[in-house]
Design a protein around this ligand. Structure first.
Ligand code: GDP
Length: 294
């Protein structure tokens, strides 16, 4: 597994023991908190575990681990795949705060789609920063995927409109739209998101197939506050949690799912285009608890 390495080590150490005693339960609780699962969720998980121990159902560390895996999988919910439209182009709108990994995630998806024989098209909807437009163009060149872009300062909704029209005219399968994520003009930002969504719906003559919110897994609980802002503006249909390599806070994924109730559709596990994994709750639970180490 390419992610959650630091965490996995702690869980592995805990479950190497055989006896279930107070010390093991305390360590487990501490590890969940350090993993940024959040206090409320940690308490919920621990109370189920402690009850199981009291009732004599969980006798060994292995039993506790199996129960925890079951509980985590339950919290994460069903496996939810990404939505494609029967009438192309499929349109996925990416939203999220700057620096969370939005542009990189778009590149990863473009690469993933290409490998499935699909033709993606990128749309530079973050017209606020020249660097954002350039960054998307660099990915486009590298992946040989066309990028629809306007000048810096242009209306992002107009770029989205052009992108969708271009995909229709030229037969592209999936339109991946980047958007701005600056924080200091939050109200305008959310207005802008609404407008992009509205205009994209008009160009498409139906709603976009996915609104994917990109959250940085290393920011833990802060990611939740960010998410609530975006959810107030657009109908977020899925969440991508990035930077789960290198972080000891992968537990935030649980808190995010529990608090927001929106399916997590993929996770980012590195900086290269290969480093995207479609989200599978059971696989995630296993990885978290160190069950599928090669
Ligand atoms: P944006 O501002 O939201 O578009 O963010 P970028 O795509 O520019 O990413 C910001 C930084 O995070 C860049 O240095 C990326 O290489 C890095 N990054 C993005 N996703 C991941 C990931 O899954 N893991 C790691 N380690 N870094 C990532």
């Amino acid at each position: 597994m390419r992610f959650l390495r630091n965490l996995v080590q702690r869980f592995t150490q805990i479950f190497q023991r055989t006896e279930v005693d107070e010390e093991l339960l305390d360590e487990l609780e501490e590890t969940l908190i350090l993993a940024d699962v959040g206090m409320a969720m940690t308490e919920k998980l621990m109370s189920e575990i402690r009850n199981g121990v009291k009732r004599g159902e969980l006798k060994t560390a292995e039993d506790v681990k199996a129960k925890l895996r079951e509980l985590i999988t339950d919290v994460l919910g069903d496996n939810t795949s990404l939505r494609f439209s029967e009438t192309p182009p499929t349109v996925w709108l990416f939203v999220g705060v700057n620096g969370t990994g939005k542009t990189t995630t778009i590149a990863k998806f473009a690469h993933w789609l290409q490998r499935q024989g699909k033709k993606p098209l990128l749309v530079a909807g973050d017209t606020f920063r020249a660097a954002a437009i350039d960054q998307l163009k660099v990915w486009g060149d590298r992946l040989k995927v066309p990028v629809i872009a306007h000048q810096m300062g242009a209306d992002p909704a107009a770029v989205a409109f052009d992108g969708i029209q271009a995909a229709k005219a030229r037969g592209y399968d999936v339109v991946l739209i980047d958007t701005a994520g600056r924080m200091h003009t939050k109200k305008n930002l959310l207005e802008e998101m609404r407008k992009i969504y509205r205009v994209a719906t008009k160009a498409l003559e139906r709603e976009p197939d996915e609104v994917l919110l990109v959250l940085d897994g290393t920011t833990g609980q802060n990611a939740i506050a960010q998410a609530e802002g975006f959810m107030a503006a657009v109908p977020v249909s899925g969440i991508i949690v990035t930077k789960l390599d290198g972080t000891a806070k992968g537990g935030a994924v649980l808190a995010i799912k529990e608090r927001l109730g929106i399916p997590i559709k993929a996770v980012g596990v590195g900086e290269s285009v290969e480093d995207l994994e479609l989200f599978d709750p059971d696989e995630f639970a296993k990885a978290l608890l160190g069950e599928n180490l090669q």
